[in-house]
Design a protein around this ligand. Structure first.
Ligand SMILES: *[C@@H]1O[C@H](CO)[C@@H](O)[C@H](O)[C@H]1NC(C)=O
Ligand SMILES: *[C@@H]1O[C@H](CO)[C@@H](O)[C@H](O)[C@H]1NC(C)=O
Ligand SMILES: *[C@@H]1O[C@H](CO)[C@@H](O)[C@H](O)[C@H]1NC(C)=O
Length: 416
């Protein structure tokens, strides 16, 4: 049954990839290359192309949706390993929830400890104040994630990076972070205190209801969802930058305040169509963060994939647009999501011919100019090896700190 579903999915995917390539070749090679390398002068031409290819574009959009569905199904399948049986007794459900929650610390006597650890840490003359979260076992924190940390410090040598994580707040976690600690970078892993973080926020009642079993965590692993909530709560309480661990920083965030990034825009109107929460930069107590949390608490559905991640931020921002009092900026995809998750594999492949070398050069130039960083869409790209000479390898060479001292580079970038 599962095999059949798999095979079917495989065919659908193969087919849509093929179609996407066919359409992709003609659309993207004209549209994106032009918009990439040249400026306004070709906008008219681009508009022309877009007009004449409306039909194709619509098909492409449909395929994109199919792809997106497949992506989400894929992700769901990855998570189904942790799927709990249906019809669990209410009691078991609460028990399961508490077990999952025990990955975090919710005990009350942690309150002061957590809060003072955070304050003390950020009291070190930080050039920027950055949060990440990590809820998987410490041993899953690998080369790619380390690369992400290094890119933070390569660009912000005086930045402070706190990883909210119980698993990394340990002997094992210390060993993982040690190379950076030894280089005097300000980095620490701290166990988040969930009840403290959510206290006096809309997440507060949500947590209470969860604890009482009124809102089951459902089939979607809680970690992911708590990650979505905790990043909001941490920024709400302390302010600063939140970054996913699959993000490579390229340019300083110092000048950015109250910013969220668009992941996609409408080709014609240039208006955003989807925002993403992999990068968030907000002042403490920013009203938009509050609004995000209100929405999280009210819309939480532990069985439905995708309702509290990127969808949440898009939904809420759409709702508050035009309402005064929310002061924030939406940056275009070039800022944080210069490459779509569908096309991210292209960043991992070395150029095969003159055309792709040119594309690589143009891409690197574009990244160095307009881009604060690259989201690597880990769910898609984590299995793809980084080939020598590819876009990402070039970024690694420039943004890996310990590569200069060790043979780490060899373990990140694959030689032929
Ligand atoms: C809006 O935010 C910017 C910084 O992002 C700040 O300079 C400006 O004063 C803010 N305006 C209001 C009305 O709060
Ligand atoms: C659960 O986490 C996933 C992954 O981030 C997210 O897409 C989804 O919206 C979350 N669902 C809920 C119900 O919070
Ligand atoms: C790409 O840029 C490098 C220098 O960074 C240059 O040597 C090479 O010739 C360029 N390749 C193409 C195809 O333009």
């Amino acid at each position: 049954m599962l095999d059949r579903a798999k095979t079917c999915l495989f065919f659908i995917r193969g087919f849509s990839v093929l179609m996407l390539c066919l359409y992709g070749v003609c659309i993207f090679s004209t549209v994106s290359q032009q918009s990439l390398s040249s400026g306004k002068k070709q906008v008219d031409e681009v508009v022309q192309i877009i007009r004449t290819r409306r039909v194709i574009k619509r098909t492409d959009e449909q395929l994109h949706t199919v792809q997106e569905d497949i992506y989400e199904v894929d992700v769901r399948r990855q998570n189904s390993r942790q799927l709990r049986p249906f019809n669990v007794m209410e009691r078991e459900k609460i028990g399961g929830f508490q077990k999952e929650l025990s990955k975090f610390d919710v005990s009350d006597n942690l309150d002061q400890e957590f809060h003072s650890r955070v304050l003390e840490f950020f009291d070190k003359g930080c050039e920027v104040q950055i949060f990440m979260t990590w809820f998987a076992p410490a041993e899953y924190f690998g080369e790619r994630e380390l690369l992400s940390l290094e890119s933070v410090f390569q660009v912000h040598p005086e930045g402070c990076l706190m990883i909210l994580s119980k698993t990394l707040d340990s002997e094992q976690g210390y060993r993982i972070l040690k190379p950076l600690i030894d280089l005097q970078f300000k980095i620490a892993a701290v166990t988040p205190d969930l009840s403290f973080l959510l206290s006096n926020t809309p997440g507060d009642t949500w947590l209470d209801e969860l604890k009482l079993g009124k809102k089951g965590p459902g089939r979607i692993p809680l970690g992911q969802n708590l990650s979505n909530l905790i990043r909001l709560a941490a920024l709400y309480k302390y302010g600063g930058v939140y970054l996913d661990t699959d993000f490579i920083v390229l340019k300083s965030f110092k000048g950015l305040r109250n910013v969220i990034g668009a992941q996609s825009v409408d080709a014609v109107s240039k208006h955003w169509t989807r925002l993403n929460n992999a990068v968030l930069i907000f002042d403490r107590h920013h009203p938009l963060l509050f609004k995000f949390m209100v929405d999280f608490a009210s819309k939480f559905d532990g069985n439905k994939w995708g309702s509290n991640g990127p969808y949440l931020v898009s939904r809420v921002v759409h709702k508050v647009s035009g309402i005064p009092g929310y002061n924030f900026t939406i940056l275009p995809p070039t800022a944080f999501y210069p490459v779509d998750w569908i096309k991210i594999p292209g960043f991992f492949r070395k150029p095969q011919d003159l055309a792709s070398s040119r594309w690589l050069n143009a891409t690197l130039l574009e990244l160095s100019e307009n881009c604060y960083g690259v989201h690597l869409w880990n769910k898609v790209s984590k299995g793809i090896r980084i080939e020598e000479g590819c876009v990402l390898a070039r970024l690694v060479e420039d943004h890996c700190i310990t590569c200069q001292f060790t043979h780490r580079k060899a373990s990140i970038i694959q030689k032929n």
